[in-house]
Write a protein that binds this ligand. Structure first.
Ligand code: ZN
Length: 320
């Protein structure tokens, strides 16, 4: 069985895994990222990939999922606000270091390839993955092919505006992006925005940077009034974005990954009726909303799959 290295490059850590062509992860190495300058990140990648390579033996190549707008042909990071990079030659630098094929693509697109091939996307042809974490990453599979767009930008569903008039400011600079409203960070912002209405709430009695979306979700599940109100606004915004995604793609399935999706049925039950109400021209019930199966592994598995296939292809023409 063929093997590749799959790398998930995040804003706070890098994880390199040995992955076989059946999508199984064998070994993982993780390193925290404190310095986000290009040379420091290359050094962290060098270390983690080096360890994975030692264990893997013979590998076909190295696949890397990175935040930002990536030129998947060259492996250059054209623009990444998370890292503060522009035109960073990520793929080329690692090709020179390791002397092996290196493929780089947007992390959410890699996760979509992983979830489509080995998770909830299996046996579908039209599929969307949305990862609800610090932001919202997205990827679209249409008729069995991952959409890349003219300049690798297809799937940036997190940055369509759903509340341009009164929403939160997004990391991209726009107001009321889907990501600003309905990511884990969005849930936290809803809780803070509602604080004046809940003067006796204890929900926010922690340092602002310690309040997690998980804490709010758990408090909501336990019946806390403030948390429930925040969850309600979050679920309403999430539903708007999901209904929009259905209008654009009408996929068989939309899988929700990322930290917030660990809420499972609590989340699905609070969004499905609203998504139905907002789904007008697309026949209702023709898009199923589910929780993603691969969790945090989707990015590494997808990145390795990209390396095994020699690019961001779903293999649709082979599998069909
Ligand atoms: Zn945005």
């Amino acid at each position: 069985m063929q093997t590749a290295i799959g790398v998930d490059l995040g804003g706070s850590h890098v994880t390199a895994a040995v992955v076989t062509e059946d999508g199984a992860i064998h070994r993982q190495h993780e390193e925290d990222l404190e310095d986000l300058r290009f040379e420091a990140v290359i050094a962290a990648l060098d270390a983690t990939i080096g360890l994975a390579l030692k264990e893997a033996g013979d590998v076909v190549g190295i696949g890397i999922g990175s935040p930002g707008n990536i030129d998947a042909a060259s492996g250059a990071v054209l623009y990444s606000p998370n890292f503060g990079w522009e035109n960073a030659p990520l793929g080329e630098s690692l090709r020179q270091k390791f002397g092996r094929p290196v493929f780089v693509a947007n992390d959410a697109r890699c996760a979509t390839l992983g979830e489509y091939t080995f998770g909830t996307g299996k046996r579908t042809k039209d599929f969307v993955l949305l990862t609800l974490g610090t932001g919202i990453g997205g990827g679209i599979v249409a008729r069995g092919e991952l959409l890349l767009g003219n300049r690798w930008g297809a799937g940036e569903i997190g940055h369509h505006q759903i509340r341009p008039a009164d929403g939160f400011v997004c990391t991209c600079g726009k107001i009321g992006c889907f990501e600003a409203q309905a990511s884990g960070t969005g849930l936290i912002r809803h809780a803070f925005a509602l604080a004046p209405s809940f003067p006796r709430s204890t929900l926010l009695d922690v340092a602002r940077d310690k309040l997690s979306s998980k804490k709010i979700r758990r408090a909501a599940q336990a019946g806390d009034g403030h948390a429930l109100a925040a969850w309600k606004n979050f679920a309403a915004d999430l539903s708007i974005g999901l209904a929009n995604a259905i209008a654009f793609v009408n996929p068989q399935k939309i899988a929700l990954g990322g930290g917030v999706s660990s809420a499972g049925d609590f989340m699905l039950d609070s969004i499905r009726p609203q998504v139905d109400l907002l789904t007008t021209m697309v026949p209702r019930g023709t898009t199923e909303i589910v929780v993603a199966a691969l969790g945090n592994d989707a990015g590494q598995v997808g990145a390795a799959t990209m390396a095994l296939r020699g690019g961001l292809t779903t293999g649709a023409s082979v599998a069909a």
